[in-house]
Design a protein around this ligand. Sequence first.
Ligand SMILES: Nc1ncnc2c1ncn2[C@@H]1O[C@H](COP(=O)(O)OP(=O)(O)O)[C@@H](O)[C@H]1O
Ligand SMILES: [Mg+2]
Length: 203
Amino acid sequence: MSKVISLSNHKGGVGKTTSTVNISVGLSRMLHKRVLVIDMDPQANLTQSLGVEGNPQHNIYGALTGSYALHPIIIEENLHIIPATLDLSGAEVELSAETGREFILRELIDPLRNQYDYILIDTPPSLGLLTVNALTASDHIYIPLQAQYLALQGLTKLLEVVERIRKRLNRHLSLGGVFITQYDQRKVLNREIAQTIREAFQR
Ligand SMILES: Nc1ncnc2c1ncn2[C@@H]1O[C@H](COP(=O)(O)OP(=O)(O)O)[C@@H](O)[C@H]1O
Ligand SMILES: [Mg+2]
């Protein structure tokens, strides 16, 4: 049974996509895990980063809108992807009146859960329906944070959404952790903010 993990933070440019690429390649190549990544961001940076070109016939948009099941594309032996295409940007509006709209991704993933050790979901820089679908389908959320001024601003909002999803949509969702990206230990501000983040999340 796979672990489903969302990398999520509604702030853009914090390293969601880069971390999804690096973690998925690490898990598959170095730890020989079977990994599926799902690109839930209409910007399709994950899809492009992993070398999927053109307009893949089967993509996350078509699956979310009910045209077909998930058809993973093989990047390499243990690393598969459900790519995104630009038309995903219309999905939030198109699905907004659908009954059970928060559960669409979870239902799509269900038949694949035995085929992978890890399913990693890269999310868009928003807290809209695509992110809600990702979190409703996930066992864990990991939050990338930059060690920059105001890094923690907006995080309260994200944690509130996580809490609401846990209450209403997915009681299995847990905060796997936060991690710092783009860290430069030579910078005083980076070190100070990293310390603040550590203190805020120490268990
Ligand atoms: N851990 C990291 N160290 C250094 N640079 C990073 C790191 N993670 C991301 N970046 C850089 O930061 C920028 C934004 O990263 P990206 O993954 O696209 O963010 P997001 O998906 O959250 O919008 C990119 O230019 C990327 O190369
Ligand atoms: Mg991204």
